[in-house]
Design a protein around this ligand. Structure first.
Ligand SMILES: Nc1ncnc2c1ncn2[C@@H]1O[C@H](COP(=O)(O)OP(=O)(O)OP(=O)(O)O)[C@@H](O)[C@H]1O
Ligand SMILES: Cc1ncc(C[n+]2csc(CCOP(=O)(O)O)c2C)c(N)n1
Ligand SMILES: [Mg+2]
Ligand SMILES: [Mg+2]
Ligand SMILES: [Mg+2]
Length: 356
């Protein structure tokens, strides 16, 4: 076994001192080092290792494989129905396929179930999984079932994409338009409402319009993956890089720059970030900045794309895209505020072990 690199760290350091992103980097670099001559680690496989999904060479196509895990305590607010829980584990995985432009083939479901889970709830979770698999046009292929203290839903999703179509985090070029497939911060607003202490929640119910409450909760409880958009956009050949927005826009912008080894930069325009009135309404009621909800919260499941400038104009209307910035040659993440002032954009976002 490869030695761990903990010589740099005092023995009492906890994983929460490092955070999810650094932990993943640490395990991926150990994985590479442990198999230096493995045929699995050729250049392309290597790159796809830190992308939204792994790519396996099938000749003209890639088999695309991704895995995402939901824990009741971290991902599933109590207001979510069992069926919505089942749907979500499929959606979070399909979202990563959408980000690669891949068409789903099949789903593998692993369950950790508390022993006292009512049988009808189990059936409803499975209704959600199976309906969602149908919506995304794939079948359930396998899985595993265990007992656990809390509900755990883990998915693995397989897909396929033409080699010349695949969308990756790497590939943005200076001059490209930076765009997203929908408005941001809506799920954040929903979670802020759903996770508020009861008295705050009661106040919000009085203060916010019913339509606002409905919309923000729907986005948090019943998210959908931008699969059709991902596949169709990959077919245009105009998208130079892509990822899905699960940890917040700023964090995902950081992912695109890192994938290009900071050979490009991205400047966002604060005034162009699509924030709906509903998100502003919730943010005002909680005395929060709506921009923070859009930039740093996550679970929007929109796609973040860089697109050739000349192609963007006609793709914008066809796919309902919103330009949020431009790719630069600065190697930096920046945000231009309402007064035209340029500030450094911190690549922070939702990180397990750091966000509680
Ligand atoms: N435990 C792990 N073992 C091996 N690879 C991992 C592990 N955890 C994450 N990765 C890989 O690291 C990369 C980043 O993972 P991450 O989960 O942040 O991406 P994501 O699934 O696109 O985002 P999110 O989980 O926020 O939806 C992915 O390529 C993923 O496969
Ligand atoms: C009970 C409960 N508490 C908090 C949240 C909010 N939340 C959890 S994980 C995440 C980001 C992406 O996570 P991942 O990287 O695991 O995909 C967000 C915004 C929630 N959904 N449910
Ligand atoms: Mg992803
Ligand atoms: Mg993941
Ligand atoms: Mg994440």
């Amino acid at each position: 076994m490869m030695p761990s690199k903990d010589s740099k760290h005092p023995p009492n350091l906890k994983i929460s001192n490092i955070g999810e992103k650094k932990l993943i980097k640490r395990l991926l670099s150990r994985s590479r080092a442990s198999q230096p001559n493995s045929p699995f680690f050729d250049e392309f496989y290597f790159k796809s290792l830190s992308d939204d999904a792994a790519l396996i060479d099938l000749g003209d196509n890639y088999l695309v494989v991704t895995s995402d895990l939901l824990l009741e305590s971290s991902h599933l607010p109590s207001d979510m129905s069992p069926e919505d829980r089942g749907r979500k584990v499929v959606t979070v995985n399909v979202s990563d396929l959408a980000a690669m432009g891949a068409k789903p083939i099949g789903f593998i479901l692993s369950l950790g179930l508390p022993e006292d889970l009512p049988l009808n709830e189990f059936d409803e979770i499975m209704d959600g999984v199976l309906k969602s698999c149908q919506d995304y046009e794939m079948g359930l292929m396998g899985g595993d079932t265990n007992q656990s203290d809390e509900l755990i839903l883990s998915g693995t999703c397989l897909g396929i994409v033409g080699k010349n179509k695949v969308l990756m985090k790497e590939g943005a070029r200076p001059g490209d338009v930076v765009a997203v497939t929908g408005s941001l911060g809506v799920a954040a607003a929903g979670f802020e409402f759903l996770l508020s202490p009861q008295p705050v929640k009661e106040n919000l119910k009085k203060e916010l319009r019913n339509s606002t409450l409905k919309l923000i909760q729907k986005q948090a409880i019943q998210p959908r993956a931008r699969l059709k958009e991902g596949i169709s956009l990959a077919n245009t050949g105009a998208v130079t890089s892509a990822t899905d927005i699960t940890d917040g826009l700023a964090s995902e912008v950081g992912e695109l720059l890192e994938a290009s080894k900071n050979s490009v930069g991205i400047s966002l325009f604060e005034t162009m970030i699509p924030i709906t009135l509903e998100v502003e309404e919730l943010a005002t009621a909680l005395d929060q900045d709506p921009l923070d909800l859009a930039l740093y919260y996550g679970e929007d499941f929109e796609l973040l794309l860089t697109i050739e400038k000349d192609e963007f104009k006609h793709l914008k209307d066809e796919f309902g895209l919103h330009q949020v910035g431009v790719v630069t040659d600065s190697g930096k993440m920046e945000i231009i505020n309402k007064d035209g002032k340029t500030n450094i954009l911190e690549g922070k976002g939702y990180q397990h072990f750091v966000n509680k």
